[in-house]
Design a binder for this molecule. Structure first.
Ligand code: DAH
Length: 329
């Protein structure tokens, strides 16, 4: 009995190994597995064995039956799948596909970092919409309709009264209209300008606005805050300067420049933000009493700042989504 089991197993293995079509497979089924096939015949003979011999072969016989059936099913499946054109096998020699992990865009990283620094200086974060009213973007900020300062910013108008905000300063207006002082917040977001696109300017960029309104807010505090920011962001030894400037919504006004000296190149000053003491007219426009309260404000270019810190020379690279650029950060 044992020899028969073994030889059936070997014969079956040899025959099934070379089967390459359904017809040959059917012949094998008839020979081994059909009702009169070799395997069921073995079982018939097994039943005739004296009962003391049965335990000896029962197990091997069952294993034979299962193995034969399993192999037969596998080959059948493969043949059927091949016939329907599907690949039945997995090519284990292929190199594994690399799992590419994304990362935060350098602008997002920069914004996160700026927020953290200002949070540490006592500022909360407030946001406003990108589609803004002419009133919030210009009028309330002391740009009258015919004021020449409006020329500083080429605006994407939606209609006569609405536009894509040209700076984040209208969020100051929203904040001062909705909450009473003391107020201390930064307002990050996208801004839009209808400018000729070049390495230096793009139609879309980011700003972080800052506002502090309370009793007795001074220019010295504004300076202290911005210097603390610059030192945390660019490093303790950052070289900076405050330069007098003009904005309709601040008086006095200044701009802050950072010294930029790429290796082996001539150094120069680069402007990163505008700032000043909130103009009393602006406070009046939002129903805050300028006799009682003073405030400072600033607006910082995020791309500019990131370009300086990372030595990026073309603002357009932020928006190209070129992986060779993105993966550097
Ligand atoms: N909004 C100005 C701009 O986009 C920047 C600015 C200047 C913001 C002075 C301020 C400020 O809050 O006080 O050019």
């Amino acid at each position: 009995m044992e020899d028969r089991i073994k030889s059936i197993q070997t014969d079956f293995d040899n025959e099934i190994a070379v089967v390459d079509d359904i017809k040959k497979l059917e012949e094998i089924r008839l020979k081994y597995l059909s009702r009169k096939g070799l395997v069921p015949l073995l079982f018939e003979d097994f039943r005739k064995l004296p009962s003391d011999e049965k335990p000896k072969y029962g197990k091997t016989l069952n294993i034979l039956k299962n193995v034969v059936q399993q192999k037969f099913d596998d080959v059948k499946n493969n043949l059927e799948m091949n016939a329907s054109g599907k690949k039945s096998t997995v090519d284990l020699t292929l190199p594994a596909r690399r799992n590419e992990v994304g990362s935060l865009h350098i602008l997002t990283q920069t914004l996160y970092e700026m927020k953290e620094i200002f949070k540490g200086l006592g500022f909360s974060v407030y946001e406003g919409p990108e589609l803004e009213s002419d009133f919030n973007n210009f009028e309330a900020l002391n740009f009258p309709a015919d004021h020449p300062a409006r020329d500083m910013q080429d605006t994407f108008f939606i209609n006569e009264n609405f536009l894509l905000r040209t700076h984040t300063s209208p969020v100051q207006v929203r904040l001062m209209k909705s909450k009473k002082p003391p107020l201390r917040a930064i307002m990050p977001g996208k801004v839009y300008r209808n400018e000729a696109i070049s390495a230096k300017s793009y139609c879309l960029f980011h700003q972080v606005e800052g506002l502090y309104v309370d009793t007795d807010v001074t220019f010295a505090e504004l300076k202290g805050t911005l210097v603390a920011f610059a030192q945390q962001f660019f490093g303790e030894n950052v070289k900076y300067r405050f330069r007098p400037s003009f904005f309709p919504f601040t008086e006095p006004s200044a701009e802050v420049d950072i010294w930029w000296e790429p290796k082996g190149k001539q150094g120069r000053w680069l402007e990163i933000l505008g700032c000043g003491m909130v103009d009393p007219n602006v406070l009046r426009n939002v129903d805050i009493d300028p006799e009682k309260y003073t405030g400072y404000a600033f607006g910082m270019g995020v791309e500019r700042t990131a370009m300086l810190r990372y030595g990026i020379t073309d603002i357009r690279t932020f928006f190209d989504n070129d992986k060779r650029f993105l993966t550097q950060f």
